[in-house]
Write a protein that binds this ligand. Structure first.
Ligand SMILES: *[C@@H]1O[C@H](CO)[C@@H](O)[C@H](O)[C@H]1NC(C)=O
Ligand SMILES: *[C@@H]1O[C@H](CO)[C@@H](O)[C@H](O)[C@H]1NC(C)=O
Ligand SMILES: *[C@@H]1O[C@H](CO)[C@@H](O)[C@H](O)[C@H]1NC(C)=O
Ligand SMILES: *[C@@H]1O[C@H](CO)[C@@H](O)[C@H](O)[C@H]1NC(C)=O
Length: 199
């Protein structure tokens, strides 16, 4: 009976940990309404001051971009060129994926990974008017958040009952027994009773 209640506690901790992790994952992955980001904030899309040539880097790192979000560029006497990595790092306007000069450009972030933009006005890119936005991949963000929770939970919940019975530790390490017991129906019934009465 004592062994069963210890198993029950272990089992509960497993279930609690699992549901908590799942809830966190569901909460994290939950579809947020798409956001339209105004590039550069109040300043919009323009050649940065000499003091703030990193203004678009700073702006980008302050935001998290998800698939479905969009970028809104507002500008005058300027342009937005969507380019590849090389175009971004070398301010090379030769090969553009898309170009706009309408003053109010909306770009849909429809895939994960980097998007690169530069200004097409002379010297503006060189002076810092370029933007790299990294759109999060939902498949990459979920797995790393799962493994951390289990280790801290097990010692804190399972260790306190041990002083009550010192001979018990031997049945637990027996994996064949515990795995069978954990998956057997009677244990879940006992567990349900335990939960209903104990908590
Ligand atoms: C650059 O920053 C310094 C001090 O923060 C300020 O005195 C100067 O006016 C700034 N220059 C420009 C061009 O913004
Ligand atoms: C845009 O360029 C025109 C002439 O090309 C000029 O008159 C106007 O002041 C410029 N506007 C801005 C915001 O620089
Ligand atoms: C700009 O890119 C084109 C091809 O995309 C390349 O042929 C050219 O050499 C590049 N120019 C510079 C200055 O890197
Ligand atoms: C995420 O993974 C699923 C299944 O592996 C795949 O179909 C989907 O294209 C992936 N999404 C992204 C954005 O990589």
């Amino acid at each position: 009976m004592a062994a069963y209640s210890l198993l029950g506690v272990f089992c509960i901790s497993l279930i609690v940990v699992t549901t908590a992790a799942e809830a966190a994952a569901i909460h994290k992955g939950r579809a947020k309404p798409p956001t339209e980001f105004r590039v550069g904030g109040k300043l919009g899309w323009r050649e940065p001051d000499a003091n703030h040539t990193d203004m678009y880097e700073v702006w980008a790192t302050k935001n998290r971009f998800r698939i479905g979000d969009s970028l809104y560029f507002e500008y005058r006497n300027d342009s937005v060129l969507e380019v590849e990595k090389q175009g971004y790092y070398h301010c090379n306007m030769t090969a553009t994926l898309a170009s706009f000069n309408d003053g109010k450009t909306v770009i849909n972030l429809d895939q994960p990974g980097p998007f690169y933009f530069i200004s097409g006005a002379p010297d503006h890119c060189k002076n810092g008017q370029r933007l790299l936005v990294d759109v999060m991949n939902p498949n990459q963000t979920t797995p790393p958040s799962r493994p951390p929770p289990p280790p801290p939970a097990q010692p804190s919940i399972a260790v306190p009952p041990q002083p009550d019975y010192s001979p018990a530790p031997s049945p637990l390490p027996n994996s064949g027994f515990s795995v069978r017991a954990l998956t057997s129906f009677p244990v879940f019934v006992a567990l349900a009773t335990f939960v209903a009465s104990g908590v």
